[in-house]
Design a protein around this ligand. Structure first.
Ligand code: 3HC
Length: 698
């Protein structure tokens, strides 16, 4: 018997147990084991019914993603699953944790399904650029109908056991805490009631008399929402085949479509993003067993938008949070903003009223630093000014207990200079959240020169505990994400000066797959934010400060972006739809004229290449300086903080696909044409291009 799948008998029930930590992924060993265990069960004269269950924290969480892109080893999953479907003895699947992808597909081929109430069931393949390729697109519609099946397959999101029961995906929900016991209970009932095998493949009741317009409707929606994506369209084709073709032909069609997805570069990109999210948690030089400090209570300083959002992140994860502001009015405003935010979620059905209250109860406002004496972690989210931050850290040094972690949410200031305001720089770290902090998944954890290893291990672990993707970065202006963003912004402005319109520049980036272009994003973030920073730099005589431009002129007119219903675009009140504004075009033309610039036609390709290559060049410099440890860190930052399209894998994964020699040559060309230190080719990028290597080889 296989070492990862076992067979044993409990009374008249033959129990097949998959035990392949951590998530019982259905790799070649599990496939072989399932096949042999099924044969053993069928051959066992003492077993009248079979039960499939999994050990450890979850049922099978899908095919083994690490095998993708390599030649497949027999037996292939559809064959193993077909044997379960065709079993002469009834088979019960007992589900706990998550039954996902190929794991759920195995369960769909069992004849009866029970799930613990806490279990989740889903077909997330679309998120990996795939479709359920082991019969899922054929069996799920047979159980729950094609429309509900498509909703599950196209969203990729799992459903709860209760919903699965409602849909007809499972036969019963069990309130116990052992899937094995739940499965045995259902198997005993099946024996007592004489249930016969019930192959899903033979069912047709849910797939007959289907409205022929159903699939056209899904295609029309996808044409709007997922135009750039490959696999969602193939999912519709596969489910349509379930309705239109006999089972065996439908399975063959599914296989064909699955392989088309497997071959697509989007699949490679999405799987890179899947692993990137997990890889960034493993820090080179920081062993997984590095001790962590015990964090049970948190304090946040500053009750503004950022501080409030950070407080919500921790309250959402069950941490008691003290929210400190020195002005009573600002504190009250901040607490009310948090309440409004939670209540809006409740209105949308995302939280219950009881959850709103329990989260609000975790957030305790205070005006006094002395109340922070027992906090395990303090995150400062005050105004972005070095003097203010240094004063706050000196105060924290005075009141906080030894060993408390003192974090700053600064996005631009030097973490080491802030740490130097305390006598405990080893306890000081950056935790750079992205706005809105309760929504955005990225958290840049910033390692100061003296930050202790156990502090780093703790903040990386905390990121996971509050549902963020934590990436460790070093100290520099803008850290990794904003430093790269700055290059895209600079280049976007240059392209507009040369003749592109903001709409054209934005369209090129959204066609690439970003949710928003640079200018629409500037309107969302608020033009005044950058304007104030630029004004400060100009006033202080900073030699690198930019000259006043048309964006500053907009801010001076009070056109701050979405919040004032006018910025680079205009907005109908209460709407987020960006409408081009001839007044802005006129302002840009006047600005060009003032500078003596003659506009020219700028091609879409030039916009895309200059914006993205500028980002790649900066990222290579960041890697060379050690500010980001690995290319995957840059990829994760841009995927989770700035909406880099996941199907392109990440900025540097994408750069490898384009080819570094192509990018290096273009950058050298831009340097010759436009000059400027930003277009100086990064030595790392030059070396990799010359050696025919990619970021993937670092
Ligand atoms: N194959 C290989 N490895 C997997 C895996 C899979 N399907 N799912 C998870 N892992 C690995 C992770 O990479 C991670 O490895 P690491 O510890 O070395 O970093 C480890 O298992 C634990 O995973 P998580 O850190 O994500 O653990 P969580 O408890 O947070 O989440 C989970 C568990 C919900 C199962 C989550 O891992 C997940 O969503 N996995 C992917 C599920 C999926 O997409 N399945 C579909 C696969 S495609 C398919 O089945 C095709 C079929 O139709 C033919």
């Amino acid at each position: 018997m296989s070492s990862v799948v076992s067979y044993r008998r409990v009374g008249r029930v033959g129990v097949i147990t998959v035990d392949y930590p951590p998530v019982n992924a259905v790799g070649v060993g599990v496939r072989n084991g399932l096949r042999s265990a099924l044969d053993a069960g069928l051959a066992d004269a003492g077993a009248d019914i079979l039960l499939l269950t999994a050990a450890g924290r979850t049922f099978m969480a899908g095919a083994d993603i690490k095998e993708f892109g390599k030649p497949s080893q027999p037996p292939i999953l559809p064959e193993v699953i077909a044997a379960f479907d065709a079993s002469a003895k009834p088979i019960v699947a007992a589900i706990h944790g998550t039954a996902l992808g190929g794991g759920l597909e195995v369960a769909l081929a069992c004849h009866f399904r029970v799930a613990l109430r806490s279990a989740k069931l889903g077909l997330p393949e679309v998120k990996l650029g795939l479709l359920p390729g082991a019969g899922g697109t054929q069996r799920l519609p047979r159980l729950i109908g094609p429309a509900k099946a498509l909703d599950m397959i196209l969203s990729g999101d799992p459903v709860t056991a209760a919903t699965a029961l409602e849909l007809g995906l499972i036969d019963t929900v069990d309130d116990g805490d052992s899937a094995l016991d739940a499965g045995l209970r259902l198997a005993e009932r099946a024996l007592a009631e004489g249930w016969a095998p019930r192959p899903t493949s033979a069912r047709t009741d849910k797939i007959t008399n289907i409205d022929p317009d159903l699939f056209a409707g899904y295609r029309a929606t996808l044409a709007k929402r997922a135009r750039h994506l490959f696999s969602p369209h193939r999912c519709v084709d596969a489910v349509e085949a379930a309705v239109a073709l006999p089972f065996a032909d439908g399975v063959a069609r599914e296989r064909e479509l699955f392989f088309a997805c497997m071959e697509s570069p989007q699949r490679a990109g999405l799987i890179h993003s899947f692993f990137a999210e997990r890889e960034v948690a493993k820090i080179p030089g920081l062993p997984a067993d590095t001790p962590k400090r015990d964090v049970r209570s948190v304090a946040v300083i500053g009750a503004g938008t950022m501080g409030g959002g950070i407080a919500m992140c921790f309250a959402n994860a069950g941490f008691p949070v003290q929210l400190l502001d020195t002005a009573a009015e600002a504190l009250e405003r901040g607490v009310q903003a948090i309440r409004r935010n939670y209540e809006a979620s409740a209105k949308k059905g995302k939280l219950t009223d009881a959850q709103v209250e329990s989260r609000m109860a975790l957030i305790r406002p205070t005006l006094s630093y002395d109340d922070l004496a027992d906090a395990d972690l303090v995150i400062e989210a005050a105004f972005e000014n070095m003097e203010i931050k240094r004063r706050i850290f000196a105060e924290l040094d005075r009141v906080c207990k030894p060993g408390a972690i003192l974090a700053t949410n600064t996005s631009t200031l030097d973490v080491n200079a802030i740490a130097a305001a305390t006598c405990r720089p080893q306890d000081v770290v950056g935790m750079h959240f992205f706005s809105p902090a309760n929504v955005m998944r990225l958290l840049e954890n910033v390692r100061g020169a003296q930050t202790a290893d156990d502090v780093l291990a703790t903040v990386m672990d905390l990121a996971r505990r509050i549902g963020k993707v934590g990436v460790l970065v070093g100290v520099c202006y803008g850290f990794v994400g904003n430093r790269i963003l700055h290059q895209r912004g600079r280049e976007s402005m240059a392209l507009v000066e040369e003749g592109a319109s903001p709409q054209q520049a934005d369209r090129v980036l959204t066609e690439f797959g970003f949710p928003l272009g640079h200018f629409a994003m500037t309107d969302l973030a608020g033009i005044d934010v950058g304007w104030r920073i630029r004004e400060e730099r100009r006033k202080s005589g900073d030699p690198d400060a930019q000259a006043v431009n048309w964006l500053d002129a907009l801010a001076e007119q009070g056109r701050y972006g979405q919040k004032t219903s006018a910025g680079i675009y205009r907005y109908e009140p209460g709407s987020r739809v960006a409408i081009p504004d001839p007044a802005v075009d006129a302002l840009i033309s006047a600005d060009r004229a003032k500078r003596g610039l003659v506009p020219r036609d700028v091609s879409d390709d030039e916009i895309r290449d200059r914006c993205l290559y500028a980002m790649v060049n900066e990222a290579a410099k960041i890697l060379d300086e050690g500010i980001a440890a690995r290319p995957v860190d840059v990829d994760a930052i841009w995927l989770h903080g700035y909406g880099f399209p996941a199907h392109r894998g990440g900025l540097l994964f994408w750069a490898d696909q384009v080819g570094l020699p192509v990018i290096a040559k273009a950058i050298d060309g831009y340097h010759a044409r436009f000059g400027g230190s930003h277009w100086e080719l990064s030595p790392l990028l030059r070396r990799l291009a010359q050696e025919g290597r990619g970021f993937r080889d670092l």
